[in-house]
Design a protein around this ligand. Structure first.
Ligand code: AHM
Ligand code: MG
Length: 335
């Protein structure tokens, strides 16, 4: 792999000419986001050493337990990004409502949507987790931001990506001009370009789904998963099964090696018929990344990027990864 020694900020400046976003405010936003992620990464690395494991005893807006590190990551991101001077509001997976930048702080036109610590059920067992982010611009020019500013299709994202806290900490992101990956060199505290112009293989070798929910799937979903397991599929042999249960980690592996990640709708919880993953803070940003890498993402019927959200925490079924694999899954689902 090409090793360039270019830092993420140098990379942004080098590409400034072809990327009109890479001017003052966007660069400022990204640099503050990177600094926040370095702090989160530092705390994640210490998770097994300090008394930070366990539950806070609170539940988030989705009714799920919030672990201490989720809470920490959420607070760091909100505090630092509020002070960046380039945002007008944020939305986090952990907060029921939008988070406005207070009037006493300088504001800009950008909106930031994030999942502060995705895959957090894996924290206690030292498995990869991550921060997913989506950057947008507000749609209105009112004095205040409303929910409506956030309910935009994925196609309006100006940038999206994720930080992966694994054996190395990585940043993968797109501004709509391909996807680049950077690895944190802890000795100098910089993200260095390690994976320029990532392209996902057109057909993968891996399928990723939580198969324990099979009894709750409808026949179409069962047919999709059976296709990837069948020796008679277009590949002529079964795909390999890999499922970590940490979306960023499952997505990242499939992005580099090729494959499809699926979190379909299921009937296990009648209150949640639309799968588990959230459109705005999980599905849409990863859909932007995968499409920019040559892959695809649908809800089984339509492109994720084209779905107009109706609620901040809307959930959506997700089929994401190698283009031909996602097309096949969508064909079976819609057939
Ligand atoms: P989280 O944001 O609360 O961590 O939940 C999302 C996670 C994803 O990382 C992962 O893909 C999924 O939940 C796993 O769910 P399940 O245990 O139902 O397979
Ligand atoms: Mg999540």
């Amino acid at each position: 792999m090409e090793s360039t020694g270019i830092t993420v900020m140098e990379h942004l400046l080098i590409h400034q000419k072809e990327n009109p976003l890479a001017t003052g405010n966007f660069t400022r936003l990204l640099s503050e986001l990177i600094f926040s992620a370095k702090i989160i990464s530092r705390e994640v690395k210490k998770a097994g050493l300090v008394d930070i494991l366990g539950l806070t005893g609170k539940v988030n807006v989705q009714g799920e337990e919030v672990r201490k590190l989720d809470d920490y990551a959420n607070r760091i991101l909100i505090y630092r990004m509020q002070h960046a001077g380039v945002l007008c509001a944020m939305a986090s997976e952990e907060n029921a409502d939008i988070i406005e930048v207070p009037d006493n702080l300088p504001k800009g036109d950008y909106l930031l949507i994030f999942d502060p610590l995705d895959g957090s059920s894996n924290i206690d067992v030292n498995v990869n987790i991550g921060t997913i982010f989506s950057i947008r611009k507000r749609t209105s020019d009112r004095a205040f931001v409303t929910l409506e500013d956030f309910l935009q299709k994925g196609t309006t994202q100006v940038a999206a990506g994720y930080f992966l806290y694994g054996p190395s900490t990585m940043l993968i992101y797109t501004t709509g001009n391909g996807v680049d990956g950077f690895t944190l060199d802890p000795s100098v505290g910089e993200f260095l370009l390690s994976h320029p112009s990532i392209k996902i293989p057109e057909v993968g070798k891996v399928y990723s789904v939580n198969e324990s929910y099979r009894a709750y799937w409808d026949d179409k979903v069962k047919a999709v998963v059976d296709y990837f397991k069948s020796p008679e599929n277009e590949r002529g042999k079964p795909y390999t099964s890999r499922y970590i249960g940490s979306l960023v980690a499952d997505f990242h592996r499939n992005l580099l090696y090729g494959g499809i990640f699926m979190y379909p709708a299921d009937k296990k919880d009648p209150a949640k018929p639309h799968g588990k993953l959230r459109l705005l803070c999980e599905a849409a940003p990863l859909a932007f990344v995968v499409e920019q890498a040559g892959g695809a993402a649908t809800d089984g019927f339509q492109r994720i990027m084209d779905i107009k959200p109706e609620a901040l925490h809307q959930r959506v079924p997700l089929f994401i990864g190698s283009k031909r694999d996602v097309e096949k899954a969508t064909e079976i689902m819609s057939g």
